[in-house]
Design a binder for this molecule. Sequence first.
Ligand code: ACO
Length: 436
Amino acid sequence: MPEDTLTIIDNRTGKQYQLPIMYGTYPNYGSAIHTIDLRQIKASDGDFGLLSYDPGLSNTASCKSAITFVDGERGILRYRGYLIQELATKSNFLEVSYLLLHGRLPTQTELDEWIWHITHHTIVHENIKKFMEGFRYDAHPMGILVSTVAALSTFYPEARNITDPEVRKRQIYRLIAKMPTLAAFAYRHSVGLPYTYPDNDLSYAGNFLNMMFKTVESKYILHPLLERTLEVLFILHADHEQNCSTTTMRNAGSSHPDPYVSVAAAAASLFGPLHGGANEQVLRMLSEIKSKDRVPEYLKRVKAGEFRLMGFGHRIYKNYDPRANILKDMTAQVLEVTGKNVLFDIALELERIALEDEYFIKHKLYPNVDFYSGILYKAMGFPVEMFPVLFAIPRTAGWLAQWLEMLGDTEQKIIRPRQVYVGADTRNYIEIKNRK
Ligand code: ACO
């Protein structure tokens, strides 16, 4: 008998089936059966065959991917094989985007060319500005971003030709380049400030900070530490394998629309508080705790099940989220520049006590990326409404890498799951006058 198989006995029929097991790079982390092999398992001749039931797809591999590796038990995150800690200290966001999209680090010439293309696609059509003006004065910047990135589809009709690699490449330049411009315009619209145009002399993060915060000064002075911090935040948020928004990107993209509308769909998924909105909840929680000495009392209420400790726990990480570690150190450095923040002191105390507490140890609850990112964004001057927008900008690189990988994967098809129908059996239509 071959070793790498799974034997299933159907107790309804007594029949036995052998299903092959497939493996990824690590045999003990990512083995799977093809669920279509379950279809042959039938209780009778007329039976459709067995399906697998998995709400939330929490135990379903929807694709093979060579982009990002996460080992949640050991707290490991790698893009294309490179440890996130190394990329966060040695690389920059545009190089990481190249890596995610091309599968390898660029040479100097390739990187220069890549940066040139992104830098020269940052301006948006003037009609986009008019489009933005149509939003109410208090429109949420994430709502504006989702709508305007979808609207880009109407400016670049060639983008629908997704089978042409050159066309795809141009849309990738445009999307990575224009997301910060749309994001900054969305913010400035929401506070009634005139839009600041992109500045080609600045870095990716520097240009975004400039478009966000430049007011009447002839030259906005960028603080190098804040610029680097945003660059690192962008690196840490660039991809995280098959999460909710990335799965949406693949789902929407599987029917082959242009990438602008697929990115809009993915960004819409990111907007929800269960995904891109958790760091805002962390800030609210820290503000509610108010002072360090109230931490033990707050944790008591968490343990009593009154509410969850925001920024703690993760579906995948059952160990320290490596991104949280990096951000913890950066928060301390940034606060040296921007000024002391009582919320950070409360966060440190919360983390210290929680990590020693039996409840958190038993439930394998560690700080996640959102525990410190909100404090950092706030210290840098971003309003909380911008938090999901700040997530969407770098994640666009990951969404596009996953989209490209999907288009090149001959095993991928239009997403069309099955269901287990639990509704009524056939019923006869009753004329309205006869209904009770
Ligand atoms: N505080 C207190 N207890 C918690 C927490 C928490 N933050 N998270 C999980 N638990 C407990 C649950 O009560 C449950 O306990 P029980 O088994 O005694 O009933 C157990 O841990 C398992 O919880 P699940 O909800 O089943 O775990 P899951 O992996 O589905 O949840 C999630 C992950 C949603 C992130 C959860 O940890 C949570 O709600 N955290 C707070 C919100 C948050 O920080 N979200 C950001 C995630 S990171 C990101 O999206 C980028």
